[in-house]
Write a protein that binds this ligand. Structure first.
Ligand SMILES: Nc1ncnc2c1ncn2[C@@H]1O[C@H](COP(=O)(O)OP(=O)(O)OP(=O)(O)O)[C@@H](O)[C@H]1O
Ligand SMILES: [Mg+2]
Length: 233
């Protein structure tokens, strides 16, 4: 079975935009996953807060820690919890052998692997959480990072709530150069420049952008959508 598989190279999707901020969160989640007793970390938060983006960055930073690879498993397309184990097996490239179903092959394959699974959008299949406990029990070196809008409520879980991007205080707005160092404002400026290449930041528009970011609660998805509208102005 070993030879059919090629996960020495991870299958993490490439991001087309630069990551803004998150230095502290990346450090915190990396060190959590590096602790020997931590087997499962759930990045929680509202839709669009940046769970997937953070998870992918953390995974990239941990490539050297997992000698058997890191496997990204998108679960957004499924909503049947029964499909979670087969979907993980497929992502790992495990093929059905004879009459042994993927559900049986996966624990055998994972048994001695030093591997990190990144399970994305687990809220879709929350009822499969106990399957993850079973996989962790049977594979002592396996670790799992989950992104989910809700906690899984299993014993092994360490929750890491993903906060919104850093925002300035509207009542004491600093100078525009300082404002653009806040991750939320920096993301807006970067998206605005992509949407309209001749976009110039000025003290006045940076201040207005900071206010928009605060009203959008520092949510990266909302900031991206708002900044894209710069094109229309
Ligand atoms: N730190 C960041 N720097 C740059 N872009 C970011 C950052 N965080 C998030 N984004 C962008 O914001 C959007 C939303 O982020 P992401 O998809 O990670 O959210 P999510 O919490 O996983 O949402 P969902 O619950 O819908 O899966 C994406 O386009 C992502 O690339
Ligand atoms: Mg996501």
């Amino acid at each position: 079975m070993e030879d059919q598989l090629n996960i020495r190279f991870p299958n993490l999707p490439t991001q087309l935009t630069p990551l803004i901020g998150r230095e502290q969160e990346i450090r915190a989640v990396c060190s959590l996953l590096q602790r020997p007793e931590v087997r499962l970390v759930t990045l929680t938060g509202t839709g669009g807060v940046g769970k997937t983006r953070l998870g992918l960055q953390v995974a990239t930073g941990l490539l050297n820690d997992f000698t058997d690879g890191i496997c990204f498993v998108p679960l957004a397309p499924i909503n049947d919890p029964e499909l979670v184990v087969p979907t993980i097996a497929q992502a790992l490239g495990i093929k059905e052998a004879g009459d042994r179903p993927l559900v049986d092959l996966l624990p055998t394959y994972l048994q001695n692997k030093r591997l990190l699974l990144l399970l994305d959008n687990f809220e879709q299949v929350a009822a499969a959480a106990t399957r993850l406990s079973d996989l962790l029990t049977g594979s002592p070196q396996l670790k799992i990072m989950v992104t989910s809008r809700a906690v899984l409520h299993i014993r092994a879980e360490h929750e890491f709530p993903v906060p919104p991007l850093a925002l300035p205080d509207l009542t004491h707005l600093p100078e525009s150069e300082v404002l653009s160092q806040y991750a939320a404002v920096a993301l807006f400026l970067q998206c605005a420049k992509t949407a309209r290449p001749n976009f110039q930041s000025t003290p006045a528009n940076t201040r207005a952008i900071a206010e928009i970011c605060v009203h959008l609660d520092g949510l990266p998805l909302a900031i991206e959508l708002a900044a894209a509208r710069i094109k229309l102005l």
